[in-house]
Design a protein around this ligand. Structure first.
Ligand code: BES
Ligand code: ZN
Length: 457
């Protein structure tokens, strides 16, 4: 039976069991008690100190995909899974990153001595033309005089997109942008698709010198930009599989994921060492807990580069595996003391089996968890393959999101513990051996009411 049919039957079961209470009273109460007892088998074992220690180790240095920092984290996670007794696979994949490009400037045929930063990666060109200063390049400042010329622009007040577009619309053939007053260096700026003129950045001081020169003489500049192309980098997914008990295998699969990579320069304690610590903790507990469902614990690489690892993993699933997968539970940013309450996000804003299980588990363990609509994490590729999937995250987000301040001291053990309890109870609800298959309505999750929530991020 396909998972879609299972979901349908389960939904029918939910509808039936929400019929008048009298019809249900006898059968429902014992199940609820049994559920609590089963929840306890998993959630009583959750050790928040262990999770916290794992976040401490993982957040010692950044784990940007493709760097040694990621590789060290991957080896650590693999070692942990193995220490719990799992067969663990490292799944490598490549992703491309723009190599930064190279560029140069000539001023009246003399090579410019300062640093030049390239704005755009897809342009290979070399233009020579008179230089004209257009201030901040607002639409009021840019006139027809830039036609056929190179525009000298000061950074600030308007977006890079608007500044470049304003001079491009008036026929400029190149851009030299200098930094704003008090802003150090020249490492800023980019162009957007369709803005195919060579564009570069220089320091504030170098820019002022050019403005000065333009007041006294004609200046002809050359801007050459060369696309150095992209470089291939390698990242990894880490996958630990728990086979179901041999005589109890119901053929179903449940997936529990997080991403181990961080943004460049970010310790990523909450984003997403917290999720990794939860995946590891549930793996540790489930290793010794009999189950009838195959469990796949995984941490993805290159999430921050565009969900690259999870797209790769999802693309390797066969139709049969997709069909047998009853749900994917993604945990991302689940331990911040400064964020809001737990919420379950689906890419289409619709409930599914994972949110049903999560809401019900929440009602037993802490409180009902609401759901909302959002992509932006590794649940998306699974959803796109037709697998019920949801992102468990706290919202609104903490102010430290994607910053160097996303550190261990902002992690709350209580938040970590509660989220892991809820996801653990939800997963165990389908994985425990007394629930042989989801189509059995009498063991379907209790009917809890949970609502759509469009709280801000
Ligand atoms: N942990 C975040 C996901 C997130 C961010 C969810 C903000 C909800 C609100 C994740 O690691 C992330 O930053 N994702 C990227 C998207 C990705 C496609 C590069 C993002 O949201 O910018
Ligand atoms: Zn994240």
């Amino acid at each position: 039976m396909s998972s879609k049919i299972l979901t349908f039957v389960l939904a029918a079961g939910l509808a039936l069991s929400s019929a008048p209470a009298a019809a249900n009273a006898n059968s429902h109460a014992p199940n609820e008690n049994a559920d609590h007892a089963f929840d306890n088998k998993v959630i009583k074992k959750i050790n928040a100190d262990r999770m916290y220690n794992n976040i401490a180790l993982l957040s010692e240095s950044p784990r940007e995909a493709g760097t040694q920092g990621e590789y060290d984290a991957v080896q650590y996670i693999k070692g942990e899974f193995e220490s719990y007794g799992y067969d663990t696979e490292l799944q490598p994949f490549t992703f491309q990153e723009w190599d930064g490009g190279t560029s140069a400037i000539d001023v009246n045929n003399q090579a410019f001595s300062g640093e030049v930063h390239t704005f755009n990666g897809s342009v290979n060109s070399n233009v020579q033309a008179p230089l004209v200063y257009v201030g901040l390049a607002s639409s009021e400042e840019v006139g027809n005089e830039v036609e056929g010329k190179i525009a000298l622009i000061q950074r600030g007040s308007y977006t890079y997109y608007d500044k470049v577009q304003n001079v491009l619309d008036k026929g400029a053939v190149g851009v030299i942008m200098f930094n704003g007053k008090g802003q150090p260096g020249n490492h800023f700026g980019y162009t957007y698709e369709g803005q195919d003129i060579p564009a570069v950045a220089i320091t504030h001081e170098a820019g002022l010198k050019l403005v000065d020169r333009l007041q006294n003489e004609q200046v002809t500049a050359t801007v050459s930009v060369e696309d150095a192309g992209t470089i291939d980098k390698t990242s990894y997914n880490v996958i630990a599989t728990k086979e179901p008990h041999k005589n109890k295998d119901n053929g179903q699969i449940a997936m529990i994921g997080a991403h181990h990579d961080s943004v460049a320069g970010g310790p990523g304690a909450n984003d997403d060492a917290s999720g990794v610590s939860a995946v590891l903790e549930l793996a540790r507990i489930m290793a010794k807990t009999p189950t009838d469902t195959e469990l796949r614990f995984m941490t993805f690489g290159a999430e921050e580069k565009g969900l690259v690892g999870s797209y790769h993993y999802a693309s390797t699933l066969s139709e049969d595996e997709v069909d047998r997968t009853v749900g994917h539970f993604q945990m991302d940013m689940v331990g911040s003391r400064d964020a809001g309450d737990l919420i379950m996000f689906t890419p289409d804003g619709q409930k599914n089996l994972v949110t049903d299980l999560g809401a019900a588990a929440g009602s037993r363990v802490a409180e009902v968890v609401e759901y909302g609509q959002l992509g932006r994490s590794d649940h998306v590729p699974f959803f796109q393959r037709g697998i019920p999937a949801a992102l468990f995250i706290h919202a609104p987000l903490e102010p430290w999101y994607h910053s160097p301040q996303d550190t261990l001291d902002k992690i709350s053990k209580e938040k970590l513990k509660e989220t892991t309890e809820i996801v653990g109870a939800a997963v165990y609800r389908i994985a425990r051996p007394d629930t042989p298959a989801l189509e059995n309505a009498t063991v379907a999750p209790g009917p809890v009411h949970y609502e759509f929530d469009d709280r801000p991020l």
